[in-house]
Ligand binder design. Structure first.
Ligand SMILES: [Zn+2]
Length: 225
């Protein structure tokens, strides 16, 4: 049972994998605040220029005017008298976003944050662990696993349709990069580049051959006695 504070501000974080509906949920909460005639301000990092430069756009195409900002400090400068502050794609902000969210909440504002909790390597994403720790409320949303149709908590990175390894360069020329939600069981993270695997198996082959040769040499030695 969730009890919302009746006085003072607070922080709520909506997290999960890609395609889990974080932006939709952020917008749903902000729209309800607007309907309740509360002043709403929405921010997102400038580098997230998917689809549109000035709106928070979700995958279902609905939008709400958002202000792209370069740094988290700009949010404090631009927030004005908004009672509700939305922050989308918070994983791409600098670590100072945690202090910014705290400052806003301490000032009596309701702060609603949407963020990817893990990157494609399943590692905690940038400043998000800090935001989760200082927030009053956390909702972890799930997508649908594109392999088994179960609940998905991970983001699978694919390059040319194949699972990307952790040391894969961010941009690979001529290869189509894509992401899809997957569950723990179906998420794949090759441990090393394929070329390294080949080198390792070649080395293993050479070692096996040596052992065989030693064995044969030993048998031959025993045979001559
Ligand atoms: Zn699955």
């Amino acid at each position: 049972m969730r009890e919302m504070p009746t006085r003072g501000g607070w922080i709520e974080v909506i997290c999960g994998s890609m395609f889990s509906g974080k932006s939709e949920e952020l917008m749903r909460r902000l729209r309800r605040a607007q309907i309740a005639r509360q002043r709403v301000a929405v921010f997102k990092p400038l580098l997230d220029n998917r689809y549109h430069a000035t709106d928070v756009v979700s995958h279902d195409g609905t939008r709400l005017a958002a202000r792209p900002v370069d740094t988290s400090a700009e949010i404090l400068r631009l927030v004005g008298d908004a009672a509700v502050v939305g922050i989308d794609e918070a994983q791409f902000f600098d670590t100072n976003i945690v202090d910014v969210a705290l400052r806003l909440a301490d000032d009596g504002k309701r702060v609603v944050v949407a963020a990817l909790d893990m990157d494609f390597k399943n590692e905690p994403f940038g400043p998000v662990p800090g935001l989760l720790a200082v927030s009053e409320f956390v909702d972890k949303l799930q997508a649908i696993c594109q392999v088994c149709a179960g609940p998905a908590t991970r983001t699978q990175r694919l390059i040319g349709g194949r699972p990307a390894s952790p040391d894969e360069p961010v941009i690979r020329v001529g290869a189509q990069e894509s992401y899809e939600p997957r569950c723990r069981e179906c998420h794949q993270l090759p441990v090393a580049r394929p070329s390294l695997d080949l080198a390792e198996s070649a080395l293993e082959g050479a070692l096996t051959a040596t052992v065989v040769d030693i064995g044969r040499a030993r048998r031959e030695t025993v045979g001559t006695r």
